[in-house]
Each structure stands twice: as structure tokens, then as C-alpha cells.
Ligand binder design. Structure first.
Ligand SMILES: [Zn+2]
Length: 87
């Protein structure tokens, strides 16, 4: 039985197989929800679903697409916005 602080559904559980064959459970905090487009609410590609601690380990270009509005708008909405600004 895990200790009381771990007996919660808010933690993500992962079964780990040890070298000796024994199976134990590791507990992790859950990942944040998928980043979505600010305009059409579609899930954004190229934006990692990690906690802030793990995002700090990534380089800047691994955190969002390197284009205008990358990580905020999806490719379709970014293209439409840029076009509308040019006109
Ligand atoms: Zn969009």
C-alpha cells in the first residue's frame, strides 16, 4: 500500500519493471493539457506537453514552432492573420 500522500487519483502512475524482475509503481504529477490555437481551439503541433520544470530543460526552439505566432496560433490561423495584416 503506498503512503497516504500517494493514494490519490490526481497522480499519474507508471508501472516500472526492475532489473530483478520485480514490478513497482512510480508516481508522477500529471502533464498539463495540450496547447490549443488561440483562434480556432485546435490542438497545436510542435508544442510539448510538459510541466514547467521539464520545459526549462528544453531549448527555446523545442518549445514552439519557429514562425510568427508559433505556439499561439495554428498554421492556418497564423497564415490568415498575416495575410489580413498585409492587405
Ligand atoms: Zn487556429
Amino acid at each position: 500500500m503506498p503512503r497516504p500522500g500517494l493514494r490519490v487519483r490526481s497522480l499519474r502512475k507508471m508501472k516500472i519493471k526492475l532489473p530483478g524482475g520485480a514490478s513497482i509503481i512510480h508516481y508522477f504529477k500529471r502533464r498539463p493539457s495540450q496547447a490549443v490555437c488561440a483562434n480556432c481551439k485546435k490542438p497545436l503541433h510542435g508544442v510539448p506537453r510538459e510541466r514547467d520544470v521539464d520545459l526549462g530543460k528544453l531549448s527555446r526552439r523545442q518549445k514552439r514552432p519557429e514562425r510568427p505566432y508559433g505556439g499561439n496560433l495554428c498554421a492556418t490561423c497564423a497564415r490568415a492573420k498575416i495575410k489580413s495584416r498585409l492587405r
